[in-house]
Design a protein. Sequence first.
Length: 210
Amino acid sequence: MKKDTLRHQLLNTARAMNSQGINQGTSGNVSVREDDGFLITPSALAYDQCRPEDLVWLDMEGKGQGKRKPSSEWRMHRDIYRHYPQAGAILHAHSPYCTTLACLERPIPAFHYMVAMAGGDCIRCAPYATFGTKALSDAAIAALQDRSATLLGHHGMICHATDLAHVLALAIEVEALARMYLQALQVSEPPVLSPAAMAEVLERFADYKP
C-alpha cells in the first residue's frame, strides 16, 4: 500500500471515531503499522483540522518523524505492537459507555455471545494507571492477553485488529456491548453464558473475527 494512501486511511478512521460517537474532541488516538514502525495521530489536534502530513511516524524506539508531537499514548501503542505481532492497527477511545464501565472498574462479562468478538469470554478492565506511562502500557498488555479489546480503568478502551477497517468495526462493537450491558444492569444483573457456550462461539468465530 502506498504511504499516502495509508495516511489518508488513518485520518479517515480517526474522524470516523467521532462521527460514530465513540470519541469526542481531541481525545482518543489511532495508529497503524508501517514498515518497521507505525503511524499515529498527533497530540492535541482536532481530527477535522488534521491533515495527512500531521500524522506522526514512530519507530519502535519511540523516535519520530513529523512536524507534530505524537499522541501522548504513543507508548501504549508501541508496546502493544511489540507484544502482539498480529496487531496491525490500534484504536484507543474514551467511548461513553465503555468509559462508564471503566470508571466503575467493571469488565464486560459473557452476557451476550458477541463478547467473543474480543477473543474471549469477557472483556477485561485493566487497573488504572496514569495516561502516557509505562504502567498504563503494562496494564493494557496484561489485560489484552488472549484478547483484542480491553477497558482501561477510569480511562476508556483500547483494541487492536489486523487493519484500520477491522479495528474501527471492533471498537464500535465493543461500545455497543458496553451500552447493552449497562442497559441490562438497569433492570438487574444479567445472567451470563456458560464457559461451554462461549467456547462453542469462540470456535465458530475462529475464522470470522478480525
